[in-house]
Design a protein around this ligand. Structure first.
Ligand code: SF4
Ligand code: SF4
Length: 287
């Protein structure tokens, strides 16, 4: 199964818009939403079935058994994450605890145990034609990278003989993006023609290059800043990055997305442009 990952250096560039169009155009039998902090691909890809849900367990959390604690404070002094507070008694702040286990190791009274903790929820939509894997990380949890890996694993194990998977990646360049890139065949970066968009593009290109993953670039809303769009194309040329095309700013696209449709389901200029980008990207992916 070939895996195509759609990325952007940050949120709001149109990454999910492009990913949902690709899913529609390819009639993808497998797809996933790796934006586990704020998943929204399910809003644009109509689902005919209810999802199978399961809890996602991230890192465990320390728990102090007050009946055993002798109040020595060793756990608090040794916690690198300042996750153990003292106010008459020693208590673990579950939002700060990273589950490293050091406190349990140093506690002379064996008063600390590590308990599995639910850090989010995974969902798998499955029908005769496709599988869709997604998840929602619990607020305050710092294990987004691990959850992204689980989302991809869930998709792969349900995908059967699917020949193509389209993955909507996480925004940014951090841990969840690195987990998104791992193991995919190609990355398509959706850039926006702004100063920050160019900076984000440069960073995400570096991240993808460190994996040696084939990478192409397209520009969304290219006509909102022609000069910056040209800069992006020059950057691609200078770095031997295949350029897959441009998408114009299109109010019809906004209307389509607001109605839960992908931009290739209606007649619009952005939908036409994304079809060309899709054709180029597929050629690159399969060559
Ligand atoms: S498990 Fe690690 S992070 Fe959590 S309270 Fe103990 S020492 Fe701190
Ligand atoms: S190290 Fe153990 S005994 Fe000491 S304060 Fe922490 S929990 Fe209590």
């Amino acid at each position: 199964m070939k895996q195509l990952l759609v990325l952007s250096g940050k949120g709001g560039t149109g990454k999910t818009t492009v990913a949902s169009a690709f899913i529609r155009l390819s009639e993808a039998q497998a797809y996933a939403d790796c934006d586990v902090d704020a998943p929204n691909l399910h809003l644009i890809t109509e689902q005919s079935v209810l999802p199978e849900k399961k809890d996602y367990y991230g890192l465990p959390k320390a728990e102090i058994h007050q009946d055993l604690c002798v109040g020595c404070g060793l756990c608090s002094r040794n916690c690198r994450f300042d996750a153990i507070d003292f106010d008459k008694i020693y208590e673990v702040n579950p939002f700060a605890c990273e589950g490293c286990g050091v406190c349990a190791l140093v506690c002379p009274a064996e008063a600390i145990t590590l308990k599995p903790a639910v850090d989010g929820e995974m969902e798998l939509y499955q029908n005769r034609n496709a599988v869709f894997s997604t998840a929602q990380l619990k607020m305050g949890s710092g294990t987004s990278g691990m959850l992204v890996s689980e989302v991809k694993k869930q998709m792969k194990s349900a995908a059967g003989e699917a020949i193509l998977a389209v993955i909507d990646g996480s925004p940014g360049i951090g841990c969840p993006v690195i987990a998104s890139i791992s193991g995919v065949d190609m990355v398509l970066i959706v850039a926006e023609p702004s100063i920050s968009g160019i900076s984000d593009l440069e960073r995400i290109v570096k991240t993808a290059a460190s994996f040696g993953t084939k990478t192409a670039v397209c520009i969304n809303k290219y006509d909102t800043n022609a000069a910056n769009s040209e800069r992006i194309q020059r950057f691609c040329k200078g770095n031997n990055l295949p350029f897959a095309g441009v998408i114009p700013y299109d109010l019809e696209a906004v209307r389509a997305i607001n109605r839960g449709k992908s931009i290739v389901e209606i007649e619009c200029s952005s939908g036409k442009a994304v079809q060309e980008i899709y054709a180029k990207t597929m050629k690159l992916l399969l060559e």
